[in-house]
Write a protein that binds this ligand. Structure first.
Ligand code: NAP
Length: 248
């Protein structure tokens, strides 16, 4: 497909559902060849790949739990074995294990840190080797407004996402000289499976100036922009909130 990402190879972690799924579609629509990563939802990942192929795009699904360093390696290897390079990495895979601090078990803490923070480190480290050699690349990390302003019940999640923000800025500085940009996107409340069970909708909407939840496609549009060349070539080390105005 022709577009601003024609012939680029994009890896989207957690591309089977939600924001990652919408991102896989958006990058494919821009012409990228897309690696759709998932952990468990193989049917959902296959459906994303099939839909991309139906519209003339290229995509493969790769199962890998990116909270595990060895499996992250399998994912990035699958991309390079298929297409020889990685131009765009979207570190999107994430989970929540919400509960108030006093009730939070060490395993709730660890699972969220392992995927939402360490997973970003594993994939970025592997891809950075390729991008530094290529002297080009885009790394887009999905943070959250919870990492910027905190959120009761999310000590684990907000710590991981704040970690992603610091990580993004440091890696942006380390890689800038080789033409690789690293940015973070911090969504507010987006309609996905992750936010499906939020019961206090009215209370949440009071804090969103635009008065509604966001759509996964809206976040995907921002990610597509950050991946685009030359449109976003001069943006690095930034955290872009996409939250209907919650953080301003
Ligand atoms: P979602 O609908 O729950 O989808 C999560 C995705 O991550 C799925 O594709 C899932 O694949 C994948 N995943 C889960 N564990 C994984 C693992 N260990 N290895 C690889 N992939 C794994 O979530 P979402 O709402 O789209 O969230 C996407 C990102 O945006 C996350 O980083 C989240 O923290 C962030 N975010 C979301 C919101 C929101 O309001 N939705 C707000 C701020 C930030 P499987 O189905 O195979 O498990």
């Amino acid at each position: 497909m022709a577009g601003e990402l024609t012939d680029k190879v994009a890896v989207v972690t957690g591309g089977s559902r939600g924001i990652g799924r919408a991102t896989a579609f958006a990058l494919a629509a821009a012409g990228a060849q897309v690696v759709v990563n998932y952990a468990r939802s193989s049917a959902a990942a296959d459906a994303v790949v099939a839909a991309i192929r139906e519209t003339g795009g290229s995509a493969i699904a790769v199962q890998a739990d990116v909270s595990d360093a060895a499996q992250a390696e399998i994912l990035i290897k699958a991309a390079t074995e298929k297409w020889g390079r990685v131009d765009v990495l979207v570190n999107n895979a994430g989970i929540t294990r919400d509960t108030l601090l006093l009730r939070m078990k060490p395993e709730d803490w660890q699972a969220v840190i392992d995927l939402n923070l360490s997973g970003v480190f594993y994939c970025t480290r592997l891809v950075s080797k390729l991008m530094l050699k290529q002297r080009s690349g885009r790394i887009i990390n999905i943070a959250s407004v919870a990492g910027l302003m905190g959120n009761p019940g999310q000590a684990n999640y907000s710590a991981a996402k704040a970690g992603v923000v610091g990580f993004t800025k440091t890696v942006a500085k380390e890689m800038a000289a080789r033409g690789v940009t690293v940015n973070a996107v911090a969504p507010g409340f987006i309609k996905t499976d992750m936010t499906d069970d939020l019961s206090n909708t009215e209370a949440i909407l009071k804090y969103i100036p635009l008065g509604r939840y966001g759509e996964a496609e809206e976040v995907a549009g921002l990610i597509r922009f950050l991946a685009a060349d030359p449109a976003a070539a001069y943006i690095t080390g930034q955290v872009l909130t996409i939250d209907g105005g919650m953080v301003m």
